[in-house]
Design a protein around this ligand. Structure first.
Ligand code: ZN
Ligand code: ZN
Length: 337
């Protein structure tokens, strides 16, 4: 098969021929139809995540079909349409797993990071990391939903916000353009916050009720004028951007950070105490969360905006993602068209 490997930390992508891997016990092999390129793939490319062994095939936004089933897998069959995301499997025995909190597994695997991922024609994945893809959702659309989608959908549905509440999505990019669609579909009064005025028409098209250009207006002031936000979903990985919205929360409101800045975030404790508000974080979800995301997306016609590339153009595709030039998610198609 054809596969793209990162040969060593900081190395360039290499397109190589490899043996098609056989699924071990508890695993399935996926014939990859689409694999999203995510900013988190930089962990593998740059070697900035501890304990990665090289060469490594990146890719944790895998969509395709089950092509072979290992021993002890009864839920999945050949030809099932499936996907796999960041959550690449769990141990079933640690304390969080014993409590059914698989997302917080202390020995969790990460697709395309602790084992080879989807920048390839085939990938083997533990069965518990596999989500089913509903009919009517294309593989190329499903792929980014398995990371950017589940992250925003799952974060929003775990907040206390109810239909009609004011919910802001900060940053209209790969995560945010999905967050706006989910917030709208969930029945929230949805505010899009962005530094670029050219995102306004798109944000309104995606379902935002309000658009705030944060380069021109103080987002906290605008959110307070709208009544104070129950939730701000912070998708832009910029610490000042996160700081700037805390004052926009209403009573018991929450900033939920899903885009992770490299540097610490400065928070006014006075603002938190005054509004009894909070700043918290959320990371993606497990395979059933991913499947919920796919099912809800199919139900409400929610899809990512994507650009597709063949495996041979992986470097160019990755650079577009890294330079923030892609609109909005970049998807590899290992099988070609
Ligand atoms: Zn990702
Ligand atoms: Zn565990």
């Amino acid at each position: 098969m054809q596969a793209v490997v990162v040969p060593e930390a900081g190395g360039e992508f290499e397109l190589v021929e490899r043996e098609i891997p056989d699924p071990g016990p508890g695993e399935v092999r996926i014939a990859v139809e689409a694999c999203g390129i995510c900013h988190s793939d930089a962990f593998v490319k740059d070697g900035t995540y501890p304990g990665i062994s090289y060469p490594r095939v990146p890719g944790h936004e895998i969509a395709g079909r089950v092509d072979a089933v290992g021993e002890r897998v009864d839920r999945l069959s050949v030809d099932d349409r499936v996907g796999a995301g960041w959550h690449g499997g769990h141990c079933f025995t640690c304390e969080p797993c014993r409590r059914g909190d698989f997302q917080q597994c202390e020995n969790g695997e990460i697709t395309g990071l602790t084992y080879d991922g989807g920048y390839a024609e085939y990938a083997t994945v533990p069965a518990e990391a596999v989500a089913s893809i509903p009919d009517g959702l294309d593989a190329v659309d499903a792929a980014p939903l398995l990371c950017a989608g589940v992250t925003t959908y799952n974060a929003l549905r775990h907040t206390d916000a109810r239909p009609g509440d004011l919910v802001a999505v900060q940053g209209i990019g790969g995560l945010g353009h999905l967050g706006v669609q989910y917030a709208h579909a969930a029945g929230f009064e949805t505010v899009a916050l962005s530094r670029s005025s050219d995102k306004e028409s798109l944000a309104l098209e995606l379902g935002a009720d309000h658009f705030v250009n944060t380069a021109e207006h103080d987002p906290a002031e605008r959110l307070q004028e709208l009544g104070g936000a129950s939730v701000v979903l912070a998708t832009a990985p910029a610490s000042e951007a996160i700081s700037s919205v805390v004052g926009g929360l209403g009573t018991d409101g929450s900033v939920v950070v899903v885009g992770v800045p490299g540097e610490p975030v400065e928070i006014s404790a006075q603002q938190l105490v005054g509004a009894r508000s909070g700043v918290e974080g959320w990371a993606s979800g497990h395979a059933r969360d991913s499947q919920d995301t796919l099912e809800f997306s199919a139900l409400r016609d929610i899809a990512p905006e994507i650009e597709t590339y063949p495996l041979t153009e992986v470097s160019e595709a990755y650079e577009r993602m890294l330079a923030n030039e892609a609109r909005f998610r970049v998807v590899l198609k290992p099988g070609g068209d």
